[in-house]
Write a protein of this length. Structure first.
Length: 433
């Protein structure tokens, strides 16, 4: 068997056998297949797709390419949550402390930014001192001690995904159903939880642009979950505009803190109530979704959610004085206004354009080895269906480079579409599968 033949098979739209996939994953992880050969195969998969059987085989090979965690010492039922990615998507950082504050263990491994979407780990690293790299033993001990730990994907957990994730990002091959399903489900299998809630984002700021594509991706992932004996629920959420108001690492952490204090934008509130109520249900702590929603609201109101977030940050070595006083966070050098040139209502706010603009400012990586600028990004002032007057501020651009900032202001103007008619309010939850 050799990689050239496997690439040729997929290039010519043929199906890969279990053995082909096993060979590709094991040899790629060992370093015997080069990044450019893997890139060719990934591109062929992106273009020609995979059958459900191929996707399942790829997922299992990736899951078992490294260690598979045993979380039974944490609890009989451990629920995990993952998002297919989006712009301004800070849901994990809000919902998981709330869940932990209810006494439900949270052992969460998150990713870095991918394409035009941000990553939870990059956001957490905006808190000075927060350590996202711990050993598996420390990760499990931290969950036992504090009820929560959120870290990056450790070296030997689904290493095949770690390599492929970074590779896909740099060759613009992220938005493919088999590649997303195998990436997410391999990590979820390796991470050891036995119940999974997936936030499957849909819209301009998501990799799945239509409801039909998101449904198909959901069924592929649910099917893999069932085969792996892990009950899986997919919540399809709207990503036609960014989630909340902030996009960019420090800016999003500040919004997370505000949400945990109870200042929650409508879209974030609906998403955390829905996803959170399913996490509570799957964990065996509440069959009634309506009651679960009330529990979540109560944990925010009584301060327990924020307290748990502070415990999490402190336990991971982060400086909690930043949580107590958000003014301590470093600010970008320039804050520039994006001004509306007309009266009307925001008809569209292209989330992908906002994400790309944020990456160009430095909040994400354009190349695998790029470091990111934590302080830059965008704060929206107007969202879809808001009324706008000529001269109003639509958004603020946070930049450290004046030229990049000016360009971002121009790009953000094209992300907004203003029209005379007031559009329908956005539906935040599209479907639960
Ligand atoms: N999140 C992942 O972990 N992988 C993907 O491919 C997309 C989003």
């Amino acid at each position: 068997m050799n990689i050239q033949d496997i690439i040729a098979k997929k290039r010519d739209s043929k199906n890969l056998s279990k053995e082909d996939i096993h060979y590709f994953i094991t040899e790629y992880v060992k370093g015997n297949i080069t990044d450019y050969q893997a890139a060719a195969l990934v591109m062929a998969i992106y273009i020609n797709g995979m059958t459900d059987e191929e996707t399942t085989n790829l997922t299992l090979e990736m899951a078992y390419s490294g260690e598979v965690l045993d979380l039974s010492s944490i609890g009989e039922i451990v629920v995990d949550k993952h998002s297919t990615g989006g712009v301004g998507d800070k849901i994990t950082l809000i919902i998981m402390p709330i869940i932990a504050s209810l006494g439900i263990p949270v052992a969460k491994m998150s990713g870095r930014g991918l394409g035009f979407t941000g990553g939870t780990i990059d956001k957490l690293e905006s808190i000075p001192g927060y350590n996202v790299e711990t050993t598996i033993d420390d990760f499990i001990n931290n969950v036992k001690k504090k009820g929560i730990s959120i870290i990056g994907q450790t070296g030997n957990l689904a290493p095949a995904d770690k390599k492929l994730y970074a590779l896909r990002d740099t060759i613009n091959c992220v938005g493919s159903k088999p590649l997303i399903a195998s990436s997410i489900m391999s990590k979820k299998i390796a991470a050891g939880a036995n119940k999974i809630v997936l936030d499957v984002t849909v819209g301009t700021g998501a990799f799945m642009k239509t409801k039909e594509d998101a449904e198909e991706l959901s069924y592929i992932m649910k099917n893999i979950g069932n085969l792996a004996n892990k009950e899986t629920v997919c919540v399809l959420t709207n990503m036609d505009e960014p989630v909340g108001y902030s996009v960019g690492n420090v800016l999003e952490i500040m919004e997370v803190i505000e949400c945990l204090k109870g200042n929650i934008p409508e879209d974030i509130k609906e998403i955390i109530l829905t996803i959170g109520s399913y996490i509570i249900k799957l964990s065996g702590n509440g069959e009634n979704l309506e009651e679960n929603r009330n529990k979540i609201i109560e944990q925010i109101k009584n301060g327990s959610a924020l307290k748990k977030f502070i415990e999490l940050v402190e336990n991971q070595g982060g400086d909690i004085s930043y949580i107590h006083d958000e003014n301590k966070f470093e600010k970008a050098k320039y804050i520039m206004e994006v001004i509306s040139t007309e009266d009307g209502y925001v008809q569209r706010l292209d989330a992908e354009k906002v994400g790309v603009t944020s990456v160009h400012l430095g909040a994400g990586r354009e190349k695998k080895e790029d470091s990111i600028d934590k302080t830059v990004g965008i704060v929206l002032n107007k969202k879809i269906s808001d009324e706008v007057k000529k001269g109003d501020v639509l958004a603020y651009v946070y930049a450290n480079d004046e030229e990049k900032g000016k360009q971002a202001v121009k790009d953000m103007l094209t992300a907004y579409e203003i029209s005379k008619e007031k559009p329908q309010k956005q539906k935040y939850i599209i479907e639960v599968i």
